[in-house]
Design a protein around this ligand. Structure first.
Ligand SMILES: [Zn+2]
Length: 285
């Protein structure tokens, strides 16, 4: 999965630090990320020394994010991104981070994207409209005028692999460019447990009732500012599908021996499907 960067380790301890020229940084333009494009066409994560402009020109908009194996990583919250897009640095789709140097760049990138979304949406105070400031002691934004303090928001998502004997329930979204088979998932709503959310999502989308929920694993997923919590569950009652056509284009039971393949191995979806394919995690799936 994308967070599996062993032997490297992402340390998200907060520091109110300033960068030096050898430190790495992320800069985003929508869902695009600024990368160093080498002469051979390959990409690498840029360091401050790769900037076309003096570091002092971006320092006001720079925040410390985290470190990976002791190497500090920053975010440049620069609104004028044209300043950064130079001879060797270009904004490219964030998926370009997969497989580039350093090896932890993709996970660090979507974690940075998550924090980038948070900083971008909290420039002004949601209570009084004044400008928010960085807290010096913790990762928080503070309004000096009214005292409002805002912490990074993480939206929990449940994902469910529903089995019926040797079959797995899989779906396709109705309104997204992604056309591959996926597992049922959805955001947890206020006032419900993760298990209740899993049961509700499966029933809303397919009309299927489930039982015997078991925790599978979790995954931070910065693309949607989320943490995804994966469960396996068994069919409870009828296997007849009643499709919610507002959300889904298709839903079907797939045989364990004929499960569709995911395009990449970065997601917990892939991890769960593969666990089913080979007979289950510890024989329990
Ligand atoms: Zn305020």
């Amino acid at each position: 999965m994308i967070q599996d960067i062993f032997p490297y380790r992402l340390d998200n301890t907060f520091h109110n630090a300033a960068p030096v020229s050898s430190d790495f940084f992320f800069s985003f333009q929508g869902e695009k990320v600024l990368l160093q494009i080498r002469k051979d066409g390959g990409c690498a994560l840029p360091a401050f020394r790769d900037l076309q402009c003096p570091m002092s020109e971006v320092s006001d908009g720079t925040v410390y994010l985290f470190s990976v194996d002791g190497v500090p990583v920053y975010l440049i919250r620069q609104q004028d991104t044209a300043l950064l897009d130079g001879q060797c640095l270009h904004y490219v789709p964030i998926q370009s981070l997969e497989g580039i140097f350093p090896e932890w760049a993709y996970f660090a990138g979507i974690t940075a994207l998550h924090l980038g979304h948070w900083y971008e949406r909290n420039v002004y105070c949601g209570k009084c409209g004044d400008v928010m400031e960085k807290d010096a002691k913790q990762r928080a934004l503070v309004c000096r005028k009214c005292g409002n303090t805002v912490y990074p928001a993480i939206a929990p998502v449940v994902m469910v692999a529903v089995t019926n004997g040797d079959k797995l329930l899989m779906t396709k979204y109705a309104d997204r460019p992604l056309s591959q088979w996926v597992l049922i998932s959805g955001f947890v709503e206020i006032g419900e447990t993760l298990e209740e959310a899993a049961k509700r999502e499966v029933f809303e989308e397919t009309g299927i009732r489930i039982k015997d929920l078991k925790y599978f694993g979790s995954q931070p997923w910065g693309f949607s500012d989320s943490i995804i919590v994966g469960y396996t569950a068994k069919l409870d009652g009828s296997d007849k599908i009643h499709l919610d056509t507002r959300e889904l284009a298709m839903a079907a039971w797939h045989s364990r021996t004929d499960l569709p393949k995911e395009l990449t191995d970065i997601s917990i979806t892939h991890e769960m499907i593969e666990a089913l394919r080979i007979g289950g995690k510890g024989g329990q799936v």
